[in-house]
Design a protein around this ligand. Sequence first.
Ligand SMILES: Cc1ncc(COP(=O)(O)O)c(C=O)c1O
Length: 207
Amino acid sequence: MKVRIPAHVRKIAVYVAGKPMEEAERQLGIHQVVKLASNENPLGPSPLALGAIREAAARVNRYPDSLGYELRQALSRRLGFPTEQIVLGNGSTEIVETLAKTFLSRQRGAVVADQSFIMYPIAVRTMGAPLTLVPLKDYRHDLPAMAAACDRRTALVYIGNPNNPTGTHVDRAALDAYFRSVPGHVLTVVDEAYCDYVTADDYPDCL
Ligand SMILES: Cc1ncc(COP(=O)(O)O)c(C=O)c1O
């Protein structure tokens, strides 16, 4: 089967997910493992989420509203943006991938930091699109270097802010300078998946 998989897909390294606690316990013969590696809530799911899941489970015989009308209305009220500017995904990974599917091709590529959220390069490589990796500077996205790495073939730049895995952020001044210098044909994706954890005053709110 392997030969039938396009070379650019074969080159993608297998994603290694965080090890389940049960597996660590089995392997090491230990108990009461504390897992700190993944985006999981050790306090358990919110009772509100459990209630909503229970309520929705009774209706799984029907397809859901694929446009997410009610959710987009609620987000629009909360964020103060029109519903036409809101796109939903099954997690933000789906949005990272949808952006790649929509804007990239073999001729139109992306610029990504070399140590950032692993799904950015995977999404770009899956499209067989040119990928330019720019090294971090002091564990931060090197925005001047990322803007300079854009050429006429660049369609997307992904910026994780704050960044996973380094936990650093780029500040307002750095991002403003970046937007002044990045070529106009480039779409910049600022991924603020972890914005709720930021306390720094100079954190730019990209909304
Ligand atoms: C920076 C960043 N963006 C997006 C995601 C995707 O999160 P999810 O698909 O669970 O919403 C992650 C997950 O680790 C992440 O680190």
